[in-house]
Design a protein around this ligand. Structure first.
Ligand SMILES: Nc1ncnc2c1ncn2[C@@H]1O[C@H](COP(=O)(O)OP(=O)(O)O)[C@@H](O)[C@H]1O
Ligand SMILES: N[C@@H](CCC(=O)OP(=O)(O)O)C(=O)O
Length: 376
């Protein structure tokens, strides 16, 4: 059967966020399922070797902590949840690390809190750290920092965290690996003849209506997965809700098999991504570019270096949104700056190898990295 164009696009994903839920990881609460974990890692490594970038969001710290502490019921008090998470995270990360190591792949633990993604400066820091890891060919293994968060400042469920990571790195695809083969038109645990929905629009209200809550181990069920697909769609990412117990599910999905439920952004991913960046923040300043920089941005899709900047207007901090104009004030692009206005003024017109000498430190050689730049 020929592939639909959406499934075809999926096979071309370059940057993928894979989120794996608690029930799957812990074999329904019996303890970390090392065989299954090794199987997913093998598939993820194969995807990496095809040249794709990969980030992993893992749940399971609380579920695994419960097993290690001999608790049968998920605790209600925040302190006990935090304690379980701290115990379980150790085993979780060790298991992931050794599974990737068997294939000669390095991994890194990243524990995020809500603040890391809502505070603009920390947002950019998290983004740079994750991007650097990916560039170094390391697989970031991300979870919520459950031990320090309280209810008011939680992401709450890792489906949401997965979507925010997809936004943060502008991933093309978010995979929510779970214990069902996908989203059904009713909870298959409650309705035996429920049918799999192979594809839909992330924004479709009907989908939220059929998505119920989850099992005893995880947090959100299908409801948070559909909501996460909506969030991911804001930066142009597609989401697939995929059955982690299906044989070779990840490999087969990216080879073009119609598995799971594919949830699509409303617009073309690139349009959604542009809108995301432009609509994400308020414009705080203006950079006037010389002819060379204009050409590099418009024709080369390159990053903006300080050497191409003639003038810096306005007051902005690192991480804020600025507009790039040419010398006749034509708007060319918008992007997130890596230096404050004060610093940018000192750097304007200078080659990047002078940054450290001028400022006493170097953040990045670019004033705006191409991943943070939207040519308009
Ligand atoms: N419409 C639906 N289709 C499929 N599963 C559903 C649906 N509604 C609710 N569910 C439930 O959601 C569960 C998966 O969510 P959850 O337990 O939170 O998993 P995870 O740990 O992977 O995040 C399934 O086991 C299923 O019982
Ligand atoms: N940070 C928590 C995540 C809990 C969670 O969202 O679980 P799930 O719904 O199974 O993805 C943990 O590691 O236990």
């Amino acid at each position: 059967m020929p592939l639909t164009s959406e499934r075809q696009h999926l096979t071309q994903s370059r940057r993928i966020v894979v989120k794996i839920g608690s029930a799957l990881l812990t074999n329904d609460g019996q303890g970390l399922d090392v065989n299954a974990i090794n199987g997913w890692v093998e598939q993820m490594v194969a995807l990496k070797r095809e040249g794709r970038e990969l980030l992993l969001v893992t749940s399971g710290s609380v579920a695994e902590g419960m097993v290690r502490l001999g608790w049968k019921q998920r605790p209600k008090s925040i302190h006990e949840l935090q304690a379980a998470a701290a115990v379980g995270q150790m085993g979780l990360i060790q298991t992931w690390e050794s599974a990737f190591k068997q294939h000669g792949i390095k991994s890194a633990q990243i524990l995020l809190t809500h603040d890391d993604l809502s505070n603009r400066k920390r947002y950019l820091n998290a983004r740079s750290a994750l991007r650097t890891l990916v560039d170094l060919d390391v697989v970031p293994i991300i979870n919520e920092n459950d031990t320090v968060v309280t209810d008011e400042i939680r992401f709450g469920d890792n489906d949401t965290l997965g979507a925010l990571v997809a936004n943060l790195l502008e991933a093309d695809t978010l995979i929510l690996l779970t214990d069902q083969p996908g989203l059904f038109d009713a909870d298959p645990r409650k309705k035996a003849d429920a049918r799999l929905i192979p594809q839909g629009r992330a924004e479709d209200p009907e989908l939220l209506a059929v998505a119920g809550d989850g099992g005893a181990l995880g947090r959100g069920g299908m409801f948070t997965k559909v909501r996460a697909a909506r969030l991911a769609a804001r930066s142009g990412a597609r989401t697939v809700i995929l059955g982690g117990r299906t044989e070779q599910a990840l490999s087969r999905l990216f080879a073009g098999e119609t598995l799971g439920t594919l949830l699509l952004p409303e617009d073309e991913p690139i349009t959604a991504r542009k809108r995301w960046l432009a609509g994400h923040l308020q414009e705080r300043g203006v950079l006037v570019l010389d002819a060379g920089a204009v050409k590099a941005l418009q024709q080369g899709g390159r990053s903006l270096l300080p050497v191409g900047v003639k003038e810096v207007r306005g007051k902005f901090l690192r991480g804020e949104l600025v507009v790039c104009v040419d010398e006749s004030e034509r708007t060319l692009a918008k992007g997130l700056v890596n230096y404050s206005a004060e610093e940018a003024r000192l750097l304007a017109g200078q080659p990047s190898n002078q940054i450290e000498k001028i400022l006493g430190y170097i953040e990045t050689p670019e004033l705006i990295h191409r991943d943070n730049l939207v040519v308009v």
